[in-house]
Structure formats: structure tokens, C-alpha cells
Design a binder for this molecule. Structure first.
Ligand code: G3P
Length: 218
């Protein structure tokens, strides 16, 4: 299984709606033998992209509710019907209570939607790993959106999270994210035991996103 490069579009205007479709088209010409590239568009942009599946897609959030009387919610079944592979959950910009996390993961496992569960600290990772997510993404909040990569600023903590994962939930793959912006950052993440990275602004706000991503995955 190739390491995963998961690009989170967040709600950057450059990657929303029709611009999001054009943006994804640009990224679709990027070639790599080393990595699997997946996209996480906003929940409203996701259906526009998933009809032309050049990538695996992950939603940015999901709720634990069954389809039915739950106004304003996104059900795992609705995501599954769009053909998406999985979802991010508990991102630092979209925190979820522990009881909701437990319920949501159970529901996603039932419909076979992969889970990228985010943790901002090793302590949080320790609490979340018993839920046995497919991926645990370590993203220290203070580095998100900046230009200092988590792989340079927190290598020892990445190792700690990888060790915790091996001990508590060996099937879970660890990703790291925050400030990742170069091929070296991605390689370092793999050396530290991660199965890939999450990144956002370095790609979405790049002058030439296609060229930037091609360099990152070469
Ligand atoms: O989910 C990815 C993310 O939070 C990292 O953001 O902009 O630091 O790559 P960024």
C-alpha cells in the first residue's frame, strides 16, 4: 500500500465549488509512482468532484446520525453513496466531543467508510487510538497553516504517536500534518514511521499547484 498524501481543501476559496473542480483537474495531471494522492474538498464541493473520480476522496467531517430526521447533518450513508473512500474527523478546526466521536466511528465502520481521526497531542492520540480508526492524523494546532513543518518541529512527538499506535491499535496507520510543504518533509514523515501526510495551504495556495504537487511527490 503506497503512502498517502491527503490534500485538505479546507474552505479556501481557491478550491471551492467550480474553482474546486478546476483546481482538482489541475492536480489530476500530477503523476507519481511513490504515493497515493487523495483529496478532501469541502462538503459542498465534494459531490461536484466525486462524479468524476480521478482521486480517492475523503470528506472533511461526518455526523453519527442515520439518514432521517437530522436537519443540517451529513450521514455516513450519504457520503458512502457519493463513492467517497472516507472522512476526516475531529480536525483541530472542527473538534467533536468524545461521545460523538465514538458514535460516529461506530457508524462509519458499519458502512465501511474509512476514518482519518485527528489528534493534536500525544495525549489526545492515546485517548483516541482505542477507537481503532483506519488512520490517526497527528496535527499540532500551533503549526497548522504555518511554514514550519511538523516533521522538523516535532519529530520526537511523531515517533511517540507512532509508538502509541503500534501498541494500542497496530492496524491504525499514522499520518502527520501541519506546515508540510516539501518533498523532504514528506520523506521525513515516512522515516519517522508515518504512512503519509495531510497538507493544505502549501498546495491550495501555491502559485502553480500542479507544479508544486508534482515536485512534492517526485
Ligand atoms: O488537515 C491538514 C492541515 O490542518 C494542515 O494544514 O495548511 O498546515 O498544511 P496546513
Amino acid at each position: 500500500m503506497k503512502p498517502l498524501i491527503l490534500i485538505n481543501f479546507k474552505t479556501y476559496p481557491e478550491a471551492l465549488g467550480k474553482d474546486g473542480v478546476l483546481f482538482a483537474r489541475k492536480l489530476a495531471v500530477v503523476r507519481t509512482k511513490k504515493y497515493e494522492i487523495a483529496l478532501s474538498p469541502s462538503l459542498l464541493t465534494l459531490p461536484l468532484l466525486s462524479i468524476q473520480p480521478s482521486f480517492p476522496f475523503f470528506a472533511q467531517h461526518v455526523d453519527p446520525f442515520e439518514p432521517g430526521a437530522h436537519t443540517g447533518s451529513i450521514s455516513p450513508e450519504e457520503l458512502k453513496a457519493l463513492g467517497v473512500r472516507g472522512t476526516i474527523l475531529n480536525h483541530s478546526e472542527k473538534k467533536v466531543s468524545f461521545s460523538m466521536l465514538k458514535a460516529t466511528i461506530r457508524r462509519c465502520q458499519k458502512v465501511r467508510l474509512q476514518m482519518v481521526l485527528c489528534a493534536a497531542t500525544p495525549l489526545e492520540a492515546k485517548k483516541l487510538l482505542p477507537l481503532k480508526p483506519d488512520y490517526l492524523a497527528y496535527e499540532p494546532k500551533g503549526l497548522i497553516g504555518g511554514n514550519i513543518s511538523v516533521t522538523k518541529a516535532r519529530p520526537a512527538i511523531i515517533t511517540t504517536v507512532v509508538e502509541l499506535s503500534q501498541k494500542i491499535s497496530p492496524e491504525t496507520k499514522v499520518l502527520c500534518g501541519a506546515g508540510v510543504h516539501s518533498r523532504e518533509d514528506v520523506q521525513r514523515a515516512l522515516e519517522l514511521g508515518c504512512h503519509g501526510v495531510l497538507l493544505s495551504h502549501a498546495v491550495v495556495l501555491a502559485k502553480n499547484p500542479q507544479k508544486f504537487l508534482q515536485e512534492l511527490v517526485s
